[in-house]
Design a protein around this ligand. Structure first.
Ligand SMILES: [Fe+2]
Ligand SMILES: [Fe+2]
Length: 258
């Protein structure tokens, strides 16, 4: 069997499979429908089949551009809170992590890192720590971005003295002999000696693999922390011409076809 014929799970690295699993668990909590959509401009009807099925059923119709009618409309100048309320499918997991960090009395910048640590999985899973830090770097402290970037590597390495055990879940799904990719190992060795190791480690400690759909959490608790530590651009996220504005627009309109 060549690579193209193998099931996707066999061609993914173990680290990618860890990301995939985490993402799937989040999606089970709060699913936002973002599958391919064709829009019948002639009669205004919206159809929800796959692209191929719709093409067969509605020949000569058009693809939807602009706002997606299945998703809540965003304000013209969206804030981080708007994204939390209207777009972040992983909000429950993020709130559980941040609530845990808050109760542990961690500094507000670390609580914010916990609140934002997996947001980027809205648009990409692979290397979500690096991508996630990039998404937020223009708007948060260097230290909080560092914590988001490196939680991805640290989650594979136990640190019982700081309250982090290697997740049982990983043992079950990757086997007892699993070793992370060399770049993850090298990253861990670097971060382990870094002055901000503690901040990145606390994101993993509070990550909790917390996917309890019945957990009592609220975004309201974090509004002031966001206000103090997140530099909201006055033009709105996605419209401030920053190097990551396109990433925010992708989250706002996740299924825009062109
Ligand atoms: Fe993560
Ligand atoms: Fe997480």
């Amino acid at each position: 069997m060549n690579v193209a014929q193998q099931p996707k799970s066999q061609t993914m690295t173990l680290s990618e499979r860890a990301d995939e699993l985490e993402h799937q668990m989040e999606e089970e909590l709060e699913r936002v429908v973002t599958k391919s959509l064709l829009f019948n401009l002639a009669d205004g009807k919206v159809a929800y089949d796959s692209g191929a099925a719709l093409n067969a059923k509605y020949p000569g119709k058009y693809m939807l551009m602009g706002d997606d009618p299945r998703l809540p409309k965003m304000p013209a100048k969206p804030t981080l809170l708007d994204y939390f309320r209207y777009r972040f499918a992983s909000m429950n997991h993020l709130l559980q992590s941040a609530t845990h960090a808050l109760k542990a009395g961690l500094p507000e910048k670390t609580v914010l890192a916990c609140l934002l640590h997996d947001v980027v999985q809205e648009i990409i899973k692979v290397d979500h720590g690096w991508w996630g830090a990039q998404l937020f770097e223009p708007y948060i402290s260097e230290k909080a971005a560092f914590a988001i970037r490196y939680h991805q590597a640290l989650r594979f390495y136990a640190d019982p003295a700081n309250g982090y055990e290697y997740p049982d879940l990983y043992r079950r799904i990757f086997g007892h002999d699993y070793r992370p990719e060399p770049y993850i190992e090298a990253t861990y060795q670097m971060v382990r000696k870094h002055k901000w190791y503690g901040e990145a480690r606390m994101v993993t400690v509070n990550d909790l693999y917390a996917f309890d759909p019945n957990a009592q959490v609220s975004l309201d608790v974090f509004v002031d922390i966001i206000g103090r530590h997140f530099k909201q651009p006055k033009e709105g996220l996605g419209y401030d011409n920053s190097p990551v504005a396109h990433m925010w627009r992708t989250i706002e309109r996740p299924d825009a076809p062109l």
